[in-house]
Ligand binder design. Structure first.
Ligand SMILES: Nc1nc2c(ncn2[C@@H]2O[C@H](COP(=O)(O)OP(=O)(O)OP(=O)(O)O)[C@@H](O)[C@H]2O)c(=O)[nH]1
Ligand SMILES: [Mg+2]
Length: 256
């Protein structure tokens, strides 16, 4: 595997099925809400979406703004604003399709729009399993969908961002690799988080054990005899992201 390419061929059957069902239903749809994660606006954008939503009107919605680095988002907004499509409500009921990668917050958005819990939500990828129509009011109906990805996660940084920010299942990439990537990203852009949360000044990639040991001691990831348990260190870092304890972070850069 070279530096920037991966060969992760992760494409469960239900994603292919979701795409097929979306394609079959697309003629019913007036507008598509495409949901992306503000911490990875590039990585979380479905790469092959044009293939199955065709030329439908699209509204791009960013979730997890509360967890992202607003300085980075502001750099993006100017460009995205220009691309944004006005909704142009028609007289008859508008049917909107809500699409996005797993765990980006599609169902949460729908619950917010409806004003009560009508769709299941959970902090792991793959919570919504079927396509569901949901009535918001007399003017609008939404279709919630299971998260989808594109067949080949061939950009390494995209795959690692998706794994780091809970959009693909933990077991897809080796957890040690994901955690070391998270630590290096924090080192690069959010060094103060490394210090505050993990008690280290920098990541030592030559001797990564030294870094993991330091984090383990700081965060109490010890087994008998005061030995640091690396698996516990990995879980601690992953959970810090999952629970939102690590916030103010954006992993995609504006000028990639
Ligand atoms: N902090 C924060 N959390 C959010 C936001 N939107 C959604 N979440 C959380 O993200 C997790 C996933 O939300 P869901 O709405 O289930 O995501 P989904 O896109 O429907 O996921 P799948 O159905 O698995 O594809 C939940 O824990 C939500 O509470 C947001 O704007 N900020
Ligand atoms: Mg859902």
């Amino acid at each position: 595997m070279n530096e920037n390419k991966t060969n992760i061929n992760w494409y469960p059957g239900h994603m292919a099925k979701t795409k097929r069902l979306i394609s079959e239903n697309i003629n019913l749809i007036d507008v598509v809400y495409e949901v992306i994660d503000a911490r990875m606006p590039y990585s979380s954008k479905i790469k092959d979406i044009d293939n199955y939503i065709k030329n439908k009107k699209r509204i791009l919605i960013m979730t997890k703004i509360d967890l992202c680095d607003m300085d980075e988002t502001n750099k993006l907004m100017e460009e995205e604003n220009n691309k944004r499509i006005d909704k142009g409500m028609s007289k008859r009921k508008t049917r909107a399709l809500v699409v996005g990668i797993p765990n980006v917050g599609k169902s949460t958005l729908i619950n917010r729009l409806v004003g009560k819990k009508v769709a299941s939500v959970g902090n792991k990828p793959g919570v919504t399993k079927n396509l569901n129509w949901i009535r918001v009011n007399n003017d609008i109906e939404l279709m919630d969908t299971p998260g989808i990805l594109w067949p080949k996660l061939d950009e390494e940084s995209v795959a690692l961002n998706l794994a780091s920010l809970t959009a693909i299942k933990e077991e897809i990439l080796p957890i040690d690799r994901v955690v070391i990537y998270i630590l290096n990203t924090l080192d690069k852009y959010y060094n103060s988080i490394l210090k505050d949360r993990y008690g280290i000044d920098k990541v030592n990639n030559e001797e990564i054990e030294e870094t993991l040991e330091a984090i383990g001691r700081k965060r109490g990831c010890l087994v008998r005899g005061g030995v640091v348990d690396y698996d516990k260190v990995y879980t601690v870092v992953i959970n810090d992201i999952k629970t939102g304890a690590l916030k103010g972070i954006t992993f995609d850069r504006y000028n990639k």
